[in-house]
Write a protein that binds this ligand. Structure first.
Ligand SMILES: [Zn+2]
Length: 330
């Protein structure tokens, strides 16, 4: 994974010169069960896709069959995971359908049009919220007219999109392994700008009719990270704040202290949760991971955990996930 990691660092470097922030998500727990150890990020960078398909996906009903680039699954009644296994990030966007409207949590890479996929799953009006502004979560925002966002500088900067030179790498070489859709030109790949139409803030309740989602502002991975809490459904949509793979607290815009505080806040919700819905690789994880990540940050802070050094950052490995922090931390 060292090579992928280098690319992430390169991406982070562009932020300093371009004012554009992008992250990428590490590989890779197999995550076929919830107790696998994160696999090494050593030299075996190529052919990440040989781990696919990940077994957890077989648990869910495939819907909207025949899609060109995406795969769509019903994870729960009214909750769809829209997955992009053809690119290294294996990003997952979630469509949550209520009785009166629907919420799309992230819009993926922007390699294929997402709106027609969503239209096959619901004809209700769509509100888009992004778990955060990294390129792999906002690529399809431009296709939608109602978009909520935090009133923070980072989110505003991301809404300006990203020109090809800043995202070209993510559609080159080993980043892609599947045929891209007809009409997609890697040489022209960019993140299109979009208009935020509604400001959201911590504690906001979004009522979809029969489904109420609470906005939790959880900075750390990025300054604009949010989670969505469905209290009645006992579910938390975590974005990149938690998934079963290396957690990135080292990118430009990341903040280890903020990340830890956000995780502690989420861990306090653990007794109220049955499921975490995560934004990469596989859609579900056990809520117990939140307190394990909290303990992980504590171990890092107290220097009681071992790490490996990769490209100038420190990666601390735990059971099922790892945490990567800048070498300057704590
Ligand atoms: Zn991210």
């Amino acid at each position: 994974m060292a090579r992928k990691y280098s690319l992430c660092r390169a991406a982070a470097f562009t932020i300093a010169i371009a004012g554009l922030g992008f992250g990428c998500t590490g590989k890779d727990s197999g995550a076929d069960t919830e107790t696998l150890t994160v696999e090494g990020r050593g030299g075996d960078t190529a052919k990440w896709w040989e781990k696919l398909p990940r077994a957890q996906w077989a648990n869910y009903e495939r819907v909207a069959e025949g899609l060109e680039w995406f795969e769509a699954y019903r994870v729960f009644e009214g909750v769809y995971a829209i997955y992009e296994p053809g690119q290294f990030e294996e990003v997952i966007s979630f469509l949550i359908v209520g009785e009166t409207r629907a919420l799309l949590f992230d819009t993926g890479l922007g390699i294929a049009k997402l709106r027609p996929v969503v239209a096959r799953l619901t004809d209700l009006d769509i509100l888009v919220l992004n778990s955060h502004g990294h390129y792999d979560h906002i690529g399809g925002n431009y296709e939608f007219s109602e978009i909520g966002g935090l009133d923070v500088d980072y989110a505003r900067a991301q809404a300006k999109g990203a020109e090809h030179e800043y995202v070209a790498e993510y559609v080159s070489g080993d980043w892609l392994w599947k045929q891209t859709p007809d009409g997609f030109d890697p040489e022209a790949y960019e993140i299109k700008p979009y208009q935020v139409t509604t400001t959201i803030k911590d504690g906001d309740i979004i009522d979809l009719g029969g489904v109420r989602l609470e906005v939790l502002v959880t900075p750390g991975h990025s300054p604009d990270s949010i989670c969505l809490l469905d209290r009645a459904g006992r579910r938390l949509f975590t974005g990149d704040t938690f998934y079963l793979a290396p957690l990135y607290a080292h990118l430009e815009g990341s903040n280890v202290a903020d990340y830890r505080a956000s995780i502690d806040r989420l861990a306090a919700l653990e007794p109220e949760l049955d499921h975490l819905l995560t934004a990469h690789n596989v859609p579900l994880a056990e809520p117990a991971y939140l307190s394990r990540v909290s303990a992980g940050f504590e171990a890092i802070s107290s220097k009681s955990a071992a790490y490996v050094e990769t490209d100038g950052a420190f990666e601390y490995q735990f059971d099922g996930f790892s945490i990567i922090v800048p070498a300057t931390e704590p």
